[in-house]
Write a protein that binds this ligand. Structure first.
Ligand SMILES: [Zn+2]
Length: 430
């Protein structure tokens, strides 16, 4: 069984001075394609929006190619994909009754896969509207255990589709290199004796809740800080003076560091919990569900969840703990005790099973489902002919073993071994 491990490494690009304008011109045309696609595909509220990349390509790819003479064919496709992907998440939000509007593209960000870029360990060759440009990476003198040394320079991490960004303050270009590696964990000691910690992430209340009943971080506190920061930023932006501009940047940096530090604390608590229970795996939900739940400040939330999961992955590696994501369907509606799946089971923060009457904090119930999903997935990956594999997931008072019958039918567990199954809030910094 193989897990995909993804790392994003940010590295400054050494762009020759006389080629910077080519990258800017490329970005303008890329943005143009993304905006044109959004204009075409966005049909709310009169009609359904187009969320299919191939449908958009069939309709406007040829026009866009003509209108952006010199832009690499693959970049046109990537711009179309970016817009249809974004519209797809907008449609999710509209379905959830949330406010959203047509995506607009005005910041520098170009998506490069291996057709429009050639990635090397020390440089990248990027397609521009004026031929290719080769940019060396600005690497630390001693990359060692930095992300550059561990991933960018590590041949076992191939490059995946990455993005190029521009920092206008510093007049510098950056590559956000996405490195993907298949991690083989089919070794018996990892798959047979696996024990999973499930984690449910949230935009309100606690940031993360584990299957062992640990409540981590405070999302409301994080959101409150962000709103305060946005307010100050808005008032400084109105002032418009140079000193206001400098303050604007400074509080931006400070907020960035503060929130990153806060999430670090949360990721540490998750790792602590996994180690405390001797877990071999940590399970998260795939981010798409979280994306659907996000309304206000969606970009920030998305960033925060992503950052938290990456921090956990990074730290988990040190302890040989594998981090994996499971499909999010029904984790919030399903009873972790009897498996009954009903929308009515969940009422905001409260979960109460209509079938067996099991009642718990809704996120805690979800975290247990997340853990079981990964345990089932691990079990299925077993090739043991005797079916003697044990995949367990950690609970507040002990573990739950997923057995072969349950695996075969994917029906949920019917026996709960917990006795003192009441969550105790243990918050980071609260
Ligand atoms: Zn139940």
């Amino acid at each position: 069984m193989a897990w995909e491990v993804t790392r994003t490494v940010r590295v400054r690009l050494d762009v020759p001075d006389d080629r910077k304008s080519d990258l800017h011109a490329t970005n303008s045309k890329f943005q143009y394609c993304a905006n044109r696609t959004a204009d075409w595909a966005w049909r709310y509220p009169d009609e359904d929006c187009v969320t299919s990349k191939s449908e958009a390509e069939d309709a406007i790819y040829d026009d866009l190619r003509e209108e952006t003479d010199g832009l690499h064919a693959n970049l046109v496709q990537k711009a179309i994909k970016r817009a249809t992907d974004d519209i797809d998440s907008c449609v999710d939000r509209l379905a959830d009754g949330e406010n959203t509007s047509k995506p607009e593209y005005d910041t520098f960000s170009i998506v490069y896969d291996k057709r429009a870029a050639t990635y090397y360990r020390d440089k990248v060759s990027l397609a521009t509207v004026n031929g290719r440009v080769e940019c060396e990476y600005d690497l630390p003198d001693d990359p060692g255990r930095t992300p550059h040394g561990e991933y960018l320079l590590n041949d076992s991490y191939p490059f995946s589709t990455s993005t190029v960004h521009y920092d206008s303050e510093a007049d510098e270009f950056y590559l956000h290199a996405v490195m993907e590696r298949e991690l083989d964990v089919d070794s018996p000691e990892k798959a047979e004796d696996s024990k999973v910690l499930g984690v449910d992430c949230n935009v309100n209340d606690h940031i993360a809740v584990t299957s062992t009943g640990r409540f981590i971080g405070n999302a409301d506190y994080l959101n409150h800080h962000r709103r305060e920061f946005e307010k100050r930023r808005a008032s400084l932006q109105q002032t418009g003076t140079r000193s206001a501009h400098l303050t604007f940047q400074r509080i931006g940096d400070r907020f960035g560091r503060w929130s990153e530090d806060y999430l670090h604390q949360c990721s540490k608590a998750i790792i602590e919990e996994a180690r405390l229970h001797g877990c071999t795996h940590i399970a998260f939900e795939k981010l798409e569900r979280i994306r659907e739940r996000i309304s206000d400040g969606k970009k920030f939330q998305q960033w925060a969840f992503n950052a938290l999961q990456m921090m956990v992955e990074y730290k988990a590696e040190e302890y040989g703990i594998v981090v994996d994501a499971v499909k999010p369907q029904y984790t919030s509606q399903q009873c972790s005790k009897c498996g009954c799946t009903l929308e009515e089971n969940r009422d905001d923060q409260h979960f109460e099973c209509r079938d067996c009457g099991y009642a718990a904090n809704a996120d805690y119930n979800a975290a247990k489902n997340v853990a079981r999903k990964l345990a089932l997935k691990l079990q299925r990956g077993q090739k043991s002919p005797t079916g003697g594999a044990f995949c367990q997931y950690a609970l507040k008072s002990g573990v739950m073993t997923v057995n072969a019958t349950e695996v075969a039918s994917d029906t949920p567990v019917s026996v709960e071994r917990e006795s003192t199954d009441k969550p105790t809030p243990l918050g980071v910094g609260s």
